[in-house]
Write a protein that binds this ligand. Sequence first.
Ligand code: AMP
Ligand code: MG
Length: 341
Amino acid sequence: MKTQLLDANKPEDIAAAGEILRGGGLVAIPTETVYGLAANALDGRSVEKIFLAKGRPQDNPLIVHISAFEEMAPLVKEIPEAAKHLAAAYWPGPLTMISEKSDIVPPQVSAGLDTVAVRFPSHPAAQAVIRAAGIPLAAPSANLSGKPSPTTAAHVLEDMDGKIEAVLDGGPCAVGVESTVITLAADPPRLLRPGGITLDQLRAVLGEVQVDPAVMNPLAAGEKASSPGMKYKHYSPKANVVIVDAPFEKYRDYVNAHNAPGTAALCYTGEDAALDVPAVCYGGESDYAAQARELFDALRRLDDDLGARTVYARCPEPKDVGLAVYNRLIRAAGFEVIHLG
Ligand code: AMP
Ligand code: MG
């Protein structure tokens, strides 16, 4: 299959994307979080193609994207009160809400669960494509399963060229990590995945919000994941990533003492000059938003530009949007952390 490159700034290309999606095809679309691989969420056969293109495990459910709050009602059994408050505060935006699903959501989308995840993205091109298609769109991140999520159209093509009908290029993503996922099917509501809407922002609206243990820690053997996506190795470059939890001076000394060929560093902006190994920077030390925006591109560059075999990464501070950065990087590292205190 030849993958068309479409331009999000051209109305005729938005219309073409909508046409492909209505016809049952796959289009990668820009959103404010990461690029999504979209298909008609109401048609199980179309949705199955997403799993094939990504190599995604069948038991990992998808997020359904809508272009207005009113489009949530048909997808769910009933709209929880909490969803109304969260939507008023943070939709459109990088927040996904899980609640009991209605019968029109096919089992391929929910991976057989009785719940559905719904998001109203703020990216104008994402909204325009959903409107042009005239249907809700199921869209996981548009990467091959296990690889870092794509934050540019070029990243999407690295993974999906020849496998999908089209990529709609809308430039780099503003948030850079996937949406915050909260389940409202639990009491109290529970954060399943941190993202651009922070825990403090959720608590400001809802009061009590629990944090699923899988946000910070690996699942114990045999433990069931509340969010099936949490149990898979994720966001990983080919290189072996190791997080070094230490103040900068100790990190620098450790890296410089372990500078064998094939070693590289993933550090904060401005730190690379002090390191004796090739380095990729991702945002300033206390600029969590920049870290989120740049992390996935940095992980890809460690492979593509440096061909790194071992990567020593600075440990993100799990605060605000930094919690999402920590959650992604700890998975990219397979939970391998060296603590130097
Ligand atoms: P992605 O679209 O690639 O960002 O992945 C979607 C994430 O949302 C995965 O971690 C899924 O496991 C999670 N998710 C989607 N639907 C549900 C659901 N009904 N219940 C729990 N987690 C879900
Ligand atoms: Mg994903």
